[in-house]
Design a binder for this molecule. Structure first.
Ligand SMILES: O=C(O)[C@H](O)[C@H](O)COP(=O)(O)O
Ligand SMILES: [Mg+2]
Length: 294
């Protein structure tokens, strides 16, 4: 594990890779605040003809909505470069599970999940529709429910938990899927509970683990990107801020990995004895690359 600090180190890192996979929260931005010099560093990679992909576990937005965000914060991106745990979950239901057309998905999460499921032709309900407080007196079972999907939900409430619990408790054959299991995510100058912490109360109440967790470190998104774009893993780097998702994902996928210290991982944690997930390299911020000449 080597810290990149000098321009020689930074240059040689960039020159030894053709493709860069970027995590978003904690690497590019916190909320809508892009970290200093990140835009310029992204521009440098583009000017060097590097391939760029965005691989986020954040399922709150669809890929199209992410594209809007990239435009709004003035970071160049196009749709086929964006991969999210919401789309990975929708693709899993469609192509792996072959989710039946007469069934529907109850969503504990936000528009990113419902929009990506609908884009794959999968019927769903819940999501933002259940954001307001509701009376838990009336939560009937629904025989059409075939799965419950859980992701980061900043409008979580007891009613949603009771509905998701009812469907999975009444028929354990129904699929229980998480878009991702991040325990926290960087926001508002601190860290808040992430998707994994939204799902834990359900897992406790049901005494059940999810049937699948579709985001990083699971390799399905990486396999899609490598196959679709004929990439060489040895010339590809995963840049992330979370060890147990981004860096584990890149390491197990045979990529070089670069951990940045602008997100959930701080240097003392990275270097601590009990850390078993080590990146190839680490750097204070991805913005540090902006100082390089073209
Ligand atoms: O679900 C979560 O906890 C957050 O969306 C998490 O931060 C994932 O975002 P990423 O760092 O993968 O962009
Ligand atoms: Mg992150």
């Amino acid at each position: 594990m080597e810290k990149l600090t000098t321009s020689e180190q930074l240059n040689s890192f960039i020159d030894s890779h053709d493709t860069f996979l970027f995590d978003c929260d904690g690497v590019l931005w916190e909320g809508s605040n892009v970290f200093p010099n990140v835009r310029e560093a992204m521009q440098l990679l583009r000017s060097k003809g590097k391939k760029i992909f965005f691989v986020t576990n954040n399922s709150t937005k669809s890929r199209a909505a992410y594209l809007e965000k990239f435009k709004k914060v003035d970071i160049e991106a196009n749709l086929e470069e964006v991969f999210s745990s919401a789309n990975a979950t929708a693709a899993y239901l469609k192509y792996v599970v072959k989710f039946p057309a007469d069934k529907k998905v109850y969503v504990v999460g936000m528009a990113g999940i419902t929009q990506e499921l609908e884009a794959e032709g999968i019927r769903c309900f819940g999501g933002l529709d259940d954001a307001g407080a509701h009376d838990v007196d009336e939560i009937p079972d629904d025989p059409e429910v075939g799965a419950v999907v859980v992701g980061l939900d900043i409008h979580i409430n007891y009613y949603k938990y009771c509905k998701a619990f009812t469907y999975l408790h009444n028929d354990p054959k129904r699929l229980f899927l998480l878009t991702n299991a991040d325990s926290t995510f960087p926001t508002h100058g601190t860290i808040f509970p992430g998707a994994g912490s939204i799902a834990t109360p359900l897992m406790t109440a049901l005494e059940r683990q999810p049937d699948a967790i579709l985001g990083k470190p699971r390799l399905n998104m990486l396999e899609s990107i490598l196959a679709e774009h004929h990439l060489d893993p040895k010339k590809t780097c995963m840049i992330g801020d979370r060890l147990d998702t981004d860096i584990d994902f890149g390491n197990r996928g045979g990529l070089t990995t670069l951990c940045v210290l602008t997100g959930v991982t701080k240097e003392n944690k990275l270097k601590s004895e009990d850390n078993t997930i080590k990146p190839t390299y680490y750097v204070d911020s991805f913005g540090d690359f902006a100082s390089l000449s073209n």
